[in-house]
Ligand binder design. Sequence first.
Ligand code: HEC
Length: 189
Amino acid sequence: MIFALSTAHKIGLAGTGFIFIVYSITSAFLIPAYRPNFPGKHVFAYCAVSVLMFLWMMGAVVVFGREQAKAEAVIEKVPTTTTTTTGSSTPSTGDATAGKAVFTANGCGACHTFTPAGSNGTIGPNLDNLADYAAKAGEPIDSFTRAAITTPPASYVPPGYADVMPKTFGTTIKPKDLDDLVAFLTQPQ
Ligand code: HEC
């Protein structure tokens, strides 16, 4: 669409120039060749037409030239918008693979069942259903999981579990490891 526009403007500009040149050659060389005293008594009309042609040509340069500059400005803006969209679509910075090692090292599997970790503890809730718990709490799964680990108990705990989740992970797990652990727990299964 933008390219079609700028091409149309180029054609408009070239077309106007072409008509102007044809008019100049015709009136200055061709017509006088047949009618030596052209424009004769119509000299005022001839001058008026020439001035109008000149104004038309200048107008075309200004209008088509400006429209094309506008179209180019739009083209320059497009990549910026695309970059912003791509950047904001990355939800988590954590590395799920590294998170599995954090899960194992902190003994989470002793209390939690979580299929991707191959654990089957039953003291805490089954973490395969984490998305359900987050939905019941009405929170995004990322922030729900992070808070459940650093400041237990979680804002939704399924019935039947004692409040024995260690309260120390918020200080003992390093921020980078926590990002990886959250990515591991919240990855699509
Ligand atoms: C001593 C057993 C125990 C250990 C070890 C443990 N948890 Fe828990 N966890 C629980 C219990 C019990 C709950 C539910 C009640 C609560 O929050 O205290 C829970 C809750 C959670 C929840 C919130 C689920 C919900 O909706 O209730 C998450 C997420 C979680 N644990 C992740 C972890 C991770 C990750 C680790 C390892 C860093 C870990 N837990 C280690 C027992 C444990």
